[in-house]
Design a protein around this ligand. Structure first.
Ligand SMILES: [Zn+2]
Length: 247
């Protein structure tokens, strides 16, 4: 298994010959003001031929329709709800499946299981597995109590966990922060954790300051929290463009 970070929650997972792209976000800035906090060094046009696009939910930093319109249309697409499925079908994809939590689908011998998540819009997280290799993809969920059950059901080599703890007035925290993610890593019993959802900023200086106050976590704080709990979880920090390969 090879995992390459593109940026934010966008990752390329290569498993059993299948290339899987998670939560595509390439357009920068998107909506004119939302930008990657670090250059991602991969353009939507340069994405390799994909077997599967895995989408956790419909927010623009996870489901960049402009970029998705550029990928090979014979790729399977898995989404968490019918509304997102309809948007993807409109782009020319025919093999689009909306999965509910605990439902699975086989794509070229790789099993995708949708799992519960919590966010202001319908969201699923996923386990991607083949043989004895399994990876958890956490999108940008909040902490959910089902993580323990997921950890009991799957032997996870890797978990990709959101860490930036994005929060808003009224809505409160909408994404796991470093403390939540450390607890999630322990409940999932993942041997390796790669932090994600930590590559977002705003282009407008005034709004940028406001927005960055809404972000409470960094990958470094997550690693420190794991260390503080003295747990044997290996934290692998990937910058955009960097890869991790299983033994
Ligand atoms: Zn979101």
């Amino acid at each position: 298994m090879k995992i390459t970070k593109v940026g934010h929650s966008t990752v390329i997972i290569e498993l059993a010959g299948l290339k899987i792209l998670t939560d595509p976000w390439f357009t920068d800035p998107i909506l004119g003001i939302v930008t990657h906090s670090r250059a991602i060094r991969l353009d939507a046009d340069d994405v390799p031929e994909l077997g599967l696009i895995l989408i956790s939910h419909g927010h623009f930093d996870h489901c960049d329709l402009k970029a998705i319109a550029k990928f090979n249309k014979n790729a399977a697409v898995i989404v968490p709800d019918r509304k997102t499925a309809a948007r993807i079908r409109k782009l020319g994809y025919s093999e689009v499946t909306a999965l509910s939590p605990w439902e699975s689908r086989l794509v070229s011998g790789v099993c995708i299981t949708a799992l519960p998540a919590k966010h202001p819009v319908p969201e699923c997280t996923y386990v991607v597995s083949c043989g004895d290799l399994a990876v958890y993809f956490g999108g940008d969920t909040r902490y959910v109590k089902e993580l323990k059950e997921i950890g009991e059901k799957f032997d996870l080599a890797v978990a990709l966990l959101p860490v930036n703890g994005l929060s808003f007035p009224v809505l409160g925290k909408v994404v796991m922060d470093p403390v939540d993610a450390a607890e999630a890593a322990i409940q999932l019993k993942a041997r390796v954790v790669i932090p994600i959802h930590c590559n977002i900023s705003l282009t407008v200086p005034f709004l940028k300051g406001f927005f960055e106050r809404r972000i409470t976590g960094t990958p470094e704080e997550f690693a420190a929290e794991i260390k503080r709990r003295n747990r044997h979880v290996k934290v692998v920090m990937l910058r955009p463009g960097e890869s991790w390969v299983s033994d």
